[in-house]
Design a protein around this ligand. Structure first.
Ligand SMILES: NC(=O)c1ccc[n+]([C@@H]2O[C@H](COP(=O)([O-])OP(=O)(O)OC[C@H]3O[C@@H](n4cnc5c(N)ncnc54)[C@H](OP(=O)(O)O)[C@@H]3O)[C@@H](O)[C@H]2O)c1
Length: 345
């Protein structure tokens, strides 16, 4: 089975851009839906890619945009949910978890059913769990469950498609769900954020220093999606996506520091101070470095447990082999360290 016309939601983002570029390189027709065409400017030059500015939360619009497509990739995700004060809508939030991680997948499934699309690839996250203490992970867990249940060719489906205009009893979606650990690569927000901090701070008080991650390269994640697209063995499957090695947060920060040629003093904080730091950072205006929800998410190891199989043919790249190249450019000393790393010296 070959899926040639793919609609991508979240295609302008860090992971999405990598996926769209790989799909385009294979000559597939890609329709990227975005809130702002300027954000996806780099993709507009790709010959088989069409970037459409649209409100993806509008069901009618989504139904219209899915017309003529063979498959859908949903990558939309928000890491922080911030309350905003609006007189007309007291519950308004910037980056609403429920709207983006639960309601949107529901609308995606509905629009697929409306257009007779059966193939959906969905981006979840390692740790996604409807019972998690973290609202991010809870909402991701519920969205993931919705997607998984849509693949059941049984009356279970009726719950989600009852109001779908083309609902057919037993309509089974071919879903594949990916649950990556933290993703690194040029343009990432995690390691690059630490690189930015380390450049200026001689001392880093580090919350959750012992939290464990298994970082995976963005190109490996993109390849997992693109390779899975036509593979029927991936239909109905959920995959944990990890790199080859587990690191504590402190080890990752030390790695970033070494790569850019800096030696800050890293002070691991106890649980209470970690929580207070997360709270304080949550209250600071502008871009959030951390929130209490991130603190809760980090209480559970973000590593592959073997609960789900690894994606087919995945040979993940080591952090050391990739990150030095894009982090190393941050300072002249860092470029030298990256060069030495590459040269194996
Ligand atoms: N990066 C990681 O380490 C990591 C790890 C595990 C899982 N994930 C998951 O992977 C997915 C992609 O992550 P990423 O790092 O590539 O994120 P990203 O760069 O922030 O991209 C997120 C995309 O989602 C869309 N989006 C965000 N808020 C939206 C909203 N309110 N309404 C509509 N669209 C919205 C954006 O589209 P437009 O701005 O074009 O509208 C953007 O293209 C997410 O689902 C994330 O949860 C990421």
């Amino acid at each position: 089975m070959k899926f040639n016309r793919i609609c991508v939601l979240g295609g302008s983002g860090f992971v999405g851009s990598a996926i769209v570029q790989m799909l385009a390189a294979q000559g597939r027709e890609v329709r990227v839906l975005t809130r702002n065409r300027d954000r996806a400017k780099a993709l507009t030059v790709l010959p088989t890619v069409d970037v459409v500015e649209v409100d993806i939360h509008d069901q009618v619009e989504l139904n219209r945009q899915f017309a003529g497509m063979d498959a859908v990739i949903n990558l939309v995700g928000v890491l922080h949910e911030i309350r905003v004060s609006r007189v007309d809508k007291p519950s308004a939030r910037r980056g609403d978890f429920h709207e983006n991680h639960v309601e949107l997948p529901r609308k995606v499934l509905h629009a697929c059913a409306t257009n007779g699309i059966q193939r959906v690839l969905h981006m979840s996250a390692l740790g996604a769990d409807p019972t998690s203490r973290s609202a991010y992970q809870r909402s991701k867990g519920v969205g993931e469950a919705l997607m998984r249940e849509s693949g059941m060719p049984s009356s279970e489906n009726e719950r989600w498609y009852l109001d779908g205009p083309k609902f057919v009893h037993g309509y089974g979606m071919y879903t594949t769900i990916f649950r990556p650990s933290v993703i690194f690569g040029r343009g990432d927000s995690f390691l690059s954020m630490f690189a930015g901090l380390i450049k200026w701070l001689p001392v880093i008080p580090l919350a959750n220093a012992g939290a464990r991650f298994q970082p995976v390269w963005v190109d490996d994640v993109a390849r997992a999606f693109v390779n899975a697209l036509d593979e029927s063995v991936t239909f109905g499957m959920t995959y944990d996506v990890c790199g080859p090695k587990v690191y504590t947060l402190q080890e990752l920060v030390e790695f970033v520091a070494g790569t850019i040629g800096k030696h800050p003093r890293i002070i691991p904080l106890c649980a209470k101070l970690s929580y207070l730091q997360a709270w304080a950072l949550e209250l600071t205006p502008g871009k959030k470095l951390m929130t209490r929800d991130n603190y809760f998410a980090m209480q559970v190891d973000n590593v592959c447990s073997g609960q789900y199989p690894a994606p087919v043919d995945m040979q993940p790249a080591a952090l050391e082999a990739v990150a030095a190249e894009y982090l190393g450019g941050a300072t002249p000393r860092g470029r030298y360290t990256a060069f030495r790393h590459h040269a194996g010296r």
